[in-house]
Design a protein around this ligand. Structure first.
Ligand code: MLT
Length: 198
């Protein structure tokens, strides 16, 4: 997968996952805000939807191609295993930072794999899959940033995602803004406070 790796000064790695139509440059400023000393692994989604990069295919807006989601989630998990060897970062200290489609593939990692992430900051996520049993997670924390007026990722999805992750043993902090789908400075600052208090 196309990516940027930047070596940091502590043991943590921030895995940056952009939104639909974005690229691996987009979330670099967030990493600098949240933890300027962490390693950065920022990945570009492999799916091209009419010229827009994504992490998995969709059938329509908000309707995911499940088969592709499963395949791409495995691809990302394998990529993390491989790159931790190549770059020498600690595979057990990876924190995802994902926005929208990037938050959804990060959520999907948690739905399908154990010990894949140490934590995650999910901005404007949806429920990646329904009707499956999640792996047991312990000692894992997730921050969700959601907008009460988000037409793409409705408030009910954020609540449902929180409940589903909590059932798997994850400790979840849900931070609301009154905004829509856009990523706001307020929620990134809230995520930073959350991360610093882990
Ligand atoms: C998705 O397709 O992952 C969600 O609808 C959010 C987005 O538009 O990227």
């Amino acid at each position: 997968m196309k990516h940027i790796f930047r070596e940091g000064q502590n043991e943590k790695t921030l895995l940056l996952l952009h939104g639909t139509g974005g690229n691996e440059e987009d979330l670099l400023p967030l990493a600098d805000m949240i933890d300027p000393e962490a390693n950065i692994l920022s990945v570009r989604g492999n799916v091209n939807e009419n010229g827009m990069n994504r992490f998995f295919r969709r059938v329509a807006e908000g309707v995911f191609d499940e088969e592709d989601l499963i395949k791409r989630t495995k691809e990302l998990n394998d990529f993390l295993d491989e790159k931790s060897q190549e770059y020498g970062f600690d595979r057990d200290q990876v924190y995802a930072v994902g926005y929208s489609n990037g938050a959804n593939i990060a959520g999907s990692l948690l739905y399908h794999y154990q010990d894949t992430l140490k934590g995650a900051m999910l901005f404007h996520p949806m429920v990646p899959r329904r009707g499956i049993h999640l792996p047991n997670h312990s000692n894992l924390n997730v921050f969700i940033g959601a907008g009460k007026n988000d037409p793409i990722c409705p408030a009910s999805e954020a609540e449902e995602l929180k409940t589903s992750l909590e059932k798997s043993g994850i400790s979840v902090d849900l931070h609301w803004t009154n905004m829509g789908h856009q990523l706001t400075r307020d929620e990134v600052e809230a995520a930073k406070d959350w991360y610093l208090n882990l």
